[in-house]
Design a protein around this ligand. Sequence first.
Ligand SMILES: Nc1ncnc2c1ncn2[C@@H]1O[C@H](COP(=O)(O)OP(=O)(O)OP(=O)(O)O)[C@@H](O)[C@H]1O
Length: 513
Amino acid sequence: MNEHDEILTLSAIAKNFGDKVALKHVDLSVRRGAVHVICGENGAGKSTLMNILAGIHQPSAGTIQLNGRAVTIPDPITASRLGIGMVHQHFTLVPSMTVAENIYLGRHIRKYGFFSDRKAMTERAGELIERFNFRLDAEAPVRSLSVGQRQRVEILKALAFDAELLILDEPTAVLTPPEVDELIGIIDGLRARGRTILFITHKLREVKAVSDVVTVIRRGESISTYPTATVSETDIARDMVGRNVFLVGRGDSAEPRRFGAPVLSLEGVSVTNSTGRLLLDAVSLDIRAGEIVGIAGVDGNGQTELAEAIVGLIETQAGTITLNGRDITTASVPERLQAGMGFVPEDRLDRGLSITMSVAENLAATNYTRSGLTRSGLVDVARRDAFASEKIAEFDVRGAAPATPAGQLSGGNMQKLVIARELNRDPDLLVICQPTRGLDIGAAEFIYARMMAAADRGRAVLLISSELSEIFALSDRIGVMYSGQLLKVLDRKDADEIGVGQLMNGGVTAEAA
Ligand SMILES: Nc1ncnc2c1ncn2[C@@H]1O[C@H](COP(=O)(O)OP(=O)(O)OP(=O)(O)O)[C@@H](O)[C@H]1O
């Protein structure tokens, strides 16, 4: 390869946070105009590496060459001047401002100031949207956009400042499957226009769909680099995790499974929002002991509200909710948890854990009584920390000690923390939303096994996931939500992905079509 073909060369990059080693030794060569995927387990150091390129962190050792020249990137402004644009996992947009205002926010204010030359700014944003074929309205407030559209605004923000090298940190984690396909199309378009893309993902299907080259990072070291066309998903998974991985689902047992009495019963449960719109429309569902019921649906069709209504985070306007035969329709969240419910929310940062509290405090939060972590009503710190150490080991929460602030963990390891806390309580009913979002394939394998083991012990599980493959792998019955209604609940053996996909898109069943 001739040196001008390489836009970026990293040599022996290391990064410590205090005495924690996040990156040990990373070498990486990125070819101009390529889509280069970085994959690796949760906590392998992917985000840290990208944040070094974006000027957010400084490397403890190693060199960075951009276009054949050694550079230092002391801050994000320098990164931007050097042509490096970063799209973070958590968006940085201002919801009340328009698309155009967000794109130019804080940068070209003098030239395209909101008051002095708003028109020019909007026109310029419109041109940019058209040039990259992003299908956005420059004047629409960001508040009114879907997650996928917001992500496109973030990408445009980087492109507006001539980013040659675009870094996308796990961009598909927040997207629905059709939005993922759209993003893949957008990335193809950017490559065709000569941009270089560094893309982080855990999903091997995406690696194959999107990239030219893939580099695997494991425990802070670059392990392998392959042209994507020549490497199999199995090989990438093995390099990531250091062993062969098998995502085994529940499958169809030869003997029909026997289920117990209903643990959860919903009857005609409805929820309306403040403007009177029906978010849940008379939903009725039983989940029996020993059963996993998966709820499929395009995001935004009431699945989140279903989980929140069951857990008591939002009020219901009609219907009854019964847990183990007891009416809990008006019970508070703590009462429901006490009565045998566990909850893994889809948003681990908002509702799942406290990022300022330590790992031990987070793990103990719903486990004080059950795991005997108090003595005479006071927290027994030694026991709590021993409990935390045990759960850290059991769930392989990387980079965590009992005293580590939860906010310092990598995204996937935060997710493992929430799941560890809720599974430890061994609830009669586990409501679990997007359980493997952001998890690497080894961690997903482990969580699948734990969910199935809970069902085998006679627990009831409500699984909400936008990954159809996950719903099919784990569920005994599959419900489909559309527009607030639970359209249909099928036995796993009677369901197929095409039929469920059709129901998800408006209720045309395979038989009816
Ligand atoms: N600011 C920080 N302070 C201390 N430790 C940190 C900090 N940021 C990251 N780490 C640690 O560095 C390691 C690598 O984290 P990083 O976020 O780069 O992983 P990742 O590969 O992106 O993981 P994931 O796939 O879960 O997002 C982890 O052990 C993490 O806890």
